[in-house]
Design a protein around this ligand. Structure first.
Ligand code: ACO
Length: 353
């Protein structure tokens, strides 16, 4: 009998687990549906720098089939067509092959942009022919594509550098940052910066907060931002706690900032209404924050992964904010659905250009 009730309990746990999983996926599906529908209303051209990669080909197929984006696979034509056939995908992909000799103007453009950064004419030709991250970056920079995705087969920094060099930041930005949207059963939290800036100062933290707030609004989420630290509103004062505190002050004084923001505060203060309403009732936040700005890259990267693995959140990202054109650098090991989701956010971003 003990065994039966144990098994029954286990089954119950499994059911409960499944229900929770469903509810959680429900939220993230709901969030993504907003973006996918926006993307479908006006699909844009997305250059996939790793066009010969099987996951990229599958993702391109799905984007095209569902009308989410107009993918451009960057790579060798014969390889891409052979793999598409092997995968049983019946479609006629748009392919840009960097080696087929029609791209002298891309090398010219790259040379123009980088000649005073140590790049020679022949190096520019090499980069366009042999490094598809440079090729795709130039493609977006000259307007032959509206957005770019890469990163599946590269180290994150080496995939990120070409777009930073060629496309660069938006007019109102000096720094790019990587944002993850974490969806839980009943809430959504945007985490920044999780992938780019090692040790941001207060100006950079403030900038990251503003760009992340814009991103949240693309998902129809009204931002409430917390600058995180291990101290609450001056309970510990040193250089580390000063930066998020000063960033919050900069944002509060900024006439362009039209969302509640405060800090520095601990993560539980940011997320627990009773703490915000009780001990810190003077805080600008009346409700828990949904935009968490971490004090440095260690905290941000570790923090979002803990939420994902222990907190059971669904993670969508990393979405690069602050760039002049939409670019997303995926992580190695990302799946087709991650690629399609990021392509959709890039399309929505491109629609606003
Ligand atoms: N925002 C915007 N542009 C930037 C930034 C930034 N944060 N940092 C550098 N740049 C620009 C520079 O201005 C420069 O442009 P220029 O050549 O036109 O003058 C260009 O990018 C290259 O800059 P470098 O200083 O040569 O590049 P660096 O070697 O510093 O690399 C990088 C920049 C890749 C962002 C680096 O800071 C980095 O490695 N960050 C951490 C990435 C990482 O490891 N993330 C964590 C893991 S990722 C994960 O979990 C997926």
């Amino acid at each position: 009998a003990a065994m039966t009730s144990g098994a029954a309990r286990e089954r119950l746990d499994m059911n409960e687990y499944r229900e929770r999983l469903e509810a959680r996926l429900g939220k993230s599906r709901e969030m993504m549906r907003v973006v996918l529908n926006k993307a479908k209303s006006d699909p844009k051209r997305v250059a996939l720098a790793e066009g010969s990669n099987e996951k990229m080909i599958r993702a391109a197929y799905q984007m095209q089939e569902e009308g989410i984006a107009e993918p451009i696979l960057v790579g060798k034509t014969t390889t891409i067509l052979r793999k598409a056939e092997e995968l049983g995908l019946d479609f006629d992909p748009t392919i840009a092959n960097p080696r087929d000799g029609e791209w002298d103007h891309y090398a010219e453009r790259l040379y123009e942009l980088r000649q005073r950064k140590g790049v020679t004419q022949s190096e520019a030709e090499e980069l366009v022919r042999r490094d598809s991250n440079y090729f795709a970056s130039v493609m977006v920079e000259v307007g032959d594509a509206d957005a770019m995705l890469t990163g599946l087969t590269h180290h994150y920094p080496s995939a990120l550098r070409p777009p930073l060099q060629i496309i660069g930041t938006a007019e109102d930005a000096n720094y790019a940052a990587g944002v993850y949207m974490m969806t839980f059963k009943n809430r959504v939290v945007f985490c920044a910066d999780t992938t780019v800036n090692l040790d941001p100062d207060e100006e950079i933290l403030a900038e990251i907060t503003k760009h992340t707030a814009e991103l949240a609004r693309q998902f129809n989420v009204e931002p409430r931002a917390a600058l995180l630290s291990y101290s609450n509103f001056g309970s510990v004062t040193n250089e580390g706690t000063r930066k998020p505190r000063d960033a919050a002050a900069l944002l509060q004084d900024d006439p362009d900032v039209d969302f509640p923001v405060d800090g520095e505060m601990q993560a539980d203060t940011a997320l627990v209404e009773d703490i915000l309403e009780g001990t810190y009732d003077f805080a600008e936040l009346d409700e828990p924050a949904n935009l968490l700005v971490f004090p440095n890259l260690e905290a941000g990267n570790i923090g979002y992964k803990l939420l994902q693995r222990l907190g059971g959140a669904e993670a969508i990202g990393p979405m690069l904010v602050g760039m002049d054109k939409p670019v997303h650098v995926l992580q190695r090991g990302d799946e087709v659905k991650d690629i399609v989701n990021l392509a959709a956010t890039a399309v929505v971003d491109a629609q606003e250009e």
